[in-house]
Design a protein around this ligand. Structure first.
Ligand code: DWN
Length: 411
């Protein structure tokens, strides 16, 4: 299917306008076991387009879900203190603001290892996690969070309603970019939500992605990249209204938390944010046209920085076996000849290798033992937390490269 015939993932309109082509890249979450390094590795086109009808930014390639969602999904939310604190605060605010109690039901879609819902369990609020990843679901249950090991969509929502379940709160953090059937997902949320309930959805902001040149947050697992404008158009088609938004500039490179309900009661702030996005032009292709040039400039600048240091005899490692790290290493061209290895404190990732470039993933303690001259922070969204955590490496003379919004060395 050519781009001209490709329907928008939200509104179904054709006429998508491509504005960034990152070539063929491997699947960002498909960390490679050492014993499979010599086996062929799938890669797919990674191209980004804009829908002039509903303003949704989206990738053009549809990797089949059975290929995309690797069996052994290795992302566990609990490995970030920042995310854990953010989640605790969200749960506390919802319990207070919604008057949640023992007769309420909070449902989280993509509940991972129970990192968020356990805050409600601790306060006696009934919860249900929904996540298709078996290891994460098992970890959630072990933490006392009832979890359905399924993909969420309209069918599951209908089953739940037939069982008499309605949700007072539905939470969906960093999942609405990952759903192949977006309208079934949103339609399912609308169907499951109680009439006076609230849905909160968190995703990185496409405005920040463009402004901070965070091209590495583009990968095949992220089908969509949202603005308030594109989210507003999406949910209205399902009888939901964008009533509020909270903005977190330092979370995942700039995150919006949208609040949806079944009544049209917009807050002043959401009206302000929608107007600001229109004024900035996020609903026009011109806002995105210059992005490819800026991405090329950042890539060249980062590769030159690493190559110059390696040519001068320096050693470079990386921190964070993040999905965004796979896009960064592969599109910039940072192989093991330039970046020797990656460290990550998630033990499920250690011992495997980065997709495409094949750096071995090791425990962060290696940085103090091996003392590379520079560490490229692939999980730059946690740069402050990581640099504080790695103070011993820093005190031994180590320096960091923070690649986004432009490559800088922090000593
Ligand atoms: O949508 C998604 C975004 C929001 O989060 C999902 N694709 C999953 C994830 O994407 P990612 O893999 O790019 O995410 P992170 O959370 O930026 O990856 C951080 C990596 O760094 C994780 O593997 C954990 C690791 N880490 C660490 O080793 N030490 C993280 C912190 C904070 C640390 O101190």
């Amino acid at each position: 299917m050519t781009l001209a015939d490709l329907p928008c993932r939200s509104c179904g309109s054709t006429g998508l306008l491509s504005f960034l082509d990152l070539g063929h890249t491997p699947l960002a979450d498909a960390l490679v076991p050492v014993e499979q390094l010599d086996e062929p590795e799938a890669s797919f086109p990674l191209e980004v387009a804009f829908c002039p009808t509903c303003a949704l930014v989206q990738i053009t390639e549809e990797v089949p879900p059975e290929v995309l969602f690797v069996d052994n999904y290795l992302y566990f939310s609990s490995f970030s203190d920042t995310v854990m604190e953010h989640s605790r605060a969200h749960a506390k605010n919802l319990i207070a603001s919604r008057g949640l109690g023992s007769d309420s039901l909070v449902v989280e879609l993509a509940s991972n290892d129970g990192y968020l819902l356990k805050n409600f369990v601790d306060e006696g609020v009934p919860v249900l996690g929904i996540d298709p990843a078996p290891d994460q679901a098992a970890a959630a249950r072990a933490a006392g969070v009832p979890t359905l090991e399924k993909f969420f969509g309209l069918d599951l929502a209908q089953e739940m309603r037939q069982e008499g379940k309605t949700a007072d709160v539905i939470i969906a953090n960093n999942v609405m970019a990952h759903v192949p059937d977006l309208n079934s997902f949103v339609g399912g949320m609308a169907h499951l939500l109680a009439d006076d309930g609230v849905i909160t959805v968190e995703n990185p902001s496409v405005w920040d992605l463009i402004e901070r040149c965070a091209f590495d947050t583009i990968y095949h697992e992220h089908f969509m990249y949202y603005s308030c404008l594109s989210i507003d158009a999406l949910v209205r088609r399902h009888g939901l209204f964008l009533n509020h938004v909270e903005y977190f500039p330092d979370l995942h490179g700039g995150t919006n938390r949208w609040h949806f309900g079944k009544r049209d009661e917009p807050s002043d702030y959401v009206v302000e944010r929608l107007a600001a996005e229109r004024a900035a032009g996020l609903d026009k292709i011109d806002f995105y046209r210059d992005f490819a040039r800026r991405v090329s400039e950042l890539s060249t600048s980062l590769r030159n920085l690493v190559e110059e240091n390696v040519a001068a005899g320096k050693t470079v490692a990386a921190y964070g076996a993040a999905a965004k790290g796979a896009t960064m290493l592969n599109t910039v061209g940072l192989g093991t000849d330039l970046v020797s290895y990656v460290v990550d404190r998630n033990p499920h990732k250690q011992g495997r290798c980065m997709p495409g470039t094949h750096q071995l993933i090791q425990d962060p303690s290696v940085l103090v033992e091996d003392r590379p001259d520079l560490v490229l922070i692939l999980a730059w969204n946690f740069a402050t937390e990581i640099m504080e955590q790695q103070s011993e490496y820093r005190n031994l003379g180590g320096s960091f490269i923070v690649p986004v919004p432009e490559p800088v060395v922090v000593s």
